[in-house]
Design a binder for this molecule. Structure first.
Ligand code: MF3
Ligand code: CO
Length: 316
């Protein structure tokens, strides 16, 4: 009898907790579509006259600097080249904004960005990078980054992050933003504004002599204060003639990366902010990163230069 009452009490208690938790989850994360994988179109063609990065033909990346090597200090000439590629990446990202409507597929957005990049004599950096199949990344709702454009049409209420990277005259530029499609619920809108603020709070601490780890501290503090979380495994990176290199930019407080910023360093700040827990997993395509609890994520990204007195956003 005692056991029975105990079991019964246990049953009700657990059930109540589950329901309460379910209610809370649904209430605080909003109403949206949970994304599943679609069909990917054949690879897009890059004309002969476009200069290719080393991995373009084989998909193998062999010439990125070691992550433990000191971050490169760019020369004046290299900085001028980086300004151009970053400016183009931002121009393409901004140009995709006009396509962000219900019914368009992410494949069509990819086609548009691909053509625009090539029209500007550049190569879309993600294309065949470690075998990535498309020219940009499009990540919807619970997909937090590295989504592969496919035949899924955008739906009313989606949030979509678009990540554009270009290789122009031997240098990469990289930026991303998250957009609303149609009417997005208030939790989604809040996520977007906090994610953008988090990126800027990370950037705002950048200056010569500052430790890289201060970026993650600023970002995570802002996220937690606003009841959101940062996905710690998604990091920013040095960038130049290579797509990814040192320094690794951690977006959370607990990180092992030591070192200080110096004038001439160029790297990205690109935190992924989520509504729920920070745990993430891969979808079966081996690329799309989704939240384990299906909550939504948003990402904003800039490439920045450390100047003599502070920083300059190159993808502005
Ligand atoms: N901006 C993204 C990043 O730095 C671009 C990834 S391209 C991919 O992670 F090919 F690796 F997906
Ligand atoms: Co990046």
């Amino acid at each position: 009898m005692t056991l029975f009452i105990h079991t019964l009490r246990h049953y009700f208690y657990n059930n109540l907790c589950t329901r309460l938790f379910w209610w809370r989850t649904k209430q605080s994360h909003g109403v949206y579509d949970i994304v599943s994988l679609g069909n990917i179109s054949p690879p897009r063609i890059v004309p002969q006259y476009v200069t290719l990065p080393s991995y373009a033909e084989t998909g193998e990346v062999f010439d990125e600097p070691d992550y433990n090597s000191p971050p490169e200090i760019k020369s004046g000439g290299q900085i001028l080249m980086m300004r151009q590629s970053c400016k183009l990446a931002k121009f393409v990202l901004d140009s995709t904004r006009s396509l962000m409507k219900v019914g368009i597929t992410t494949d069509e957005i990819d086609q548009f960005a691909h053509n625009l990049i090539i029209d500007n004599n550049a190569y879309p950096s993600p294309l065949n990078y470690k075998g990535f199949l498309k020219s940009i990344c499009t990540s919807i709702n619970n997909v937090v980054c590295h989504g592969i454009p496919d035949d899924r049409p955008l739906q009313n209420g989606d949030i979509i992050s678009v990540d554009v990277s270009v290789y122009l005259n031997g240098f990469h530029g990289d930026c991303a933003a998250t957009y609303c499609i149609g009417e997005v619920d208030k939790y989604g809108k809040k996520l977007l504004s906090i994610a953008e603020q988090c990126m800027y709070s990370g950037i705002s601490v950048c200056e010569p002599g500052r430790s890289f780890s201060d970026i993650g501290k600023a970002i995570e503090m802002h996220a937690i204060k606003n009841d959101h979380r940062v996905v710690s495994c998604i990091t920013g990176h040095g960038i130049g003639t290579y797509f990814h290199g040192p320094p690794t930019i951690f977006h959370t407080t607990l990180n092992k990366f030591s070192g200080v910023m110096k004038p001439g360093m160029i790297f990205t700040v690109e935190p992924v902010i989520v509504q729920g827990t920070e745990n993430v997993e891969f979808l079966d395509d081996g690329w799309s990163i989704v939240t384990a609890d299906d909550s939504r994520g948003a990402q904003f990204e800039h490439t920045i230069l450390i100047t003599d007195t502070g920083y300059e956003i190159l993808t502005l």
